[in-house]
Design a binder for this molecule. Structure first.
Ligand SMILES: [Zn+2]
Length: 273
């Protein structure tokens, strides 16, 4: 799953190779995937994209956005693999391919599920609420992501529910999902099902700092080692709480994995309180 650090990595890399490139041709739905939500038909996409130049690439939450010279953009999110490859290496297992004038392609594959949205910004904002949540969100690594903002978006003042609920559900922070949550909670030494009503303001502030620190670290190292970057390389951030880890790197007790609120939680019950 592409979360904030991976989206930042893809955008950083794509800017190096795609800005100024003109799309010569496209391929749509070489492989059908009913969990790929694409908002336009092939002929419409061809009209909007072919012959157009990529002028900017942006990240909004977990969305990667390719902006074209005619005001159209392609915005993608969720479980997506982006690859910049030689045209001769192109496979048939993809949902969208942009073919450029330099012999290279951008191949976009949806794994479990994902969005590939094409259109002008206003159209995408008015027709897809998840894109709008991501677009409107304040970047975790920006100065505007203050402690007050963190408390507001995670509904700290409601004093209801658990830390996983506060951080990684209902798009409270778009792009902070079950993938990066475990290392954040391990950094803060807090349990995913700890009730917010039992967390002190001081500990919540430590959690806020852990969110920024981990997203910064994961982004700096080109994403988690569980995800591939634009050039097919694994991210260089070594995920601490991943499903293959058996013991805690600090206390060496067994790591616990169990289902909780849609997806697995991975934690150390000795270190995390
Ligand atoms: Zn431990």
């Amino acid at each position: 799953m592409v979360e904030i650090p991976e989206a930042k990595t893809i955008v950083r890399q794509a800017k190096e190779v795609l800005i100024g490139r003109i799309v010569e041709d496209i391929q749509v739905m070489n492989s059908s995937n009913r969990f790929c939500w694409m908002n336009k038909e092939k002929s419409e996409i061809e009209n909007l994209i072919i012959g157009k130049k990529i002028i900017e690439i942006k990240q909004s939450g977990h969305y990667v956005r390719f902006l074209f010279s005619n005001g159209t953009e392609i915005a993608c999110a969720e479980d997506i693999i982006y690859r910049y490859i030689l045209h001769s290496e192109l496979t048939e297992k993809n949902q969208l391919v942009l073919i450029f004038d330099n012999g290279y392609d951008l191949e976009i594959k949806v794994k479990l599920y994902g969005f590939i949205l094409i259109g002008e910004l206003d159209e995408l904002l008015s027709t897809n609420k998840y894109f709008k949540f991501a677009y409107d969100s304040i970047d975790i690594l920006s100065h505007d992501f203050t402690y007050e903002h963190f408390k507001n978006v995670t509904l700290f003042h409601h004093q209801k529910g658990s830390l996983k609920q506060a951080l990684a559900t209902e798009q409270h922070i778009p792009g902070l999902g079950n993938g990066i949550l475990h290392d954040i909670l391990f950094e803060a030494m807090l349990l995913p099902f700890k009730k917010i009503s039992t967390v002190s303001d001081k500990d919540y502030h430590l959690l806020y700092q852990a969110v920024i620190k981990k997203v910064d670290e994961m982004s700096l190292f080109d994403g988690r080692d569980l995800q591939s970057d634009l050039f097919g390389e694994k991210g260089k951030y070594e995920t601490i709480m991943n499903s293959s880890r058996k013991t805690c790197p600090i206390c060496h007790h067994d790591i616990i994995q169990k289902s909780y609120l849609g997806g697995k939680v991975i934690y150390c019950e000795v270190c995390q309180k």
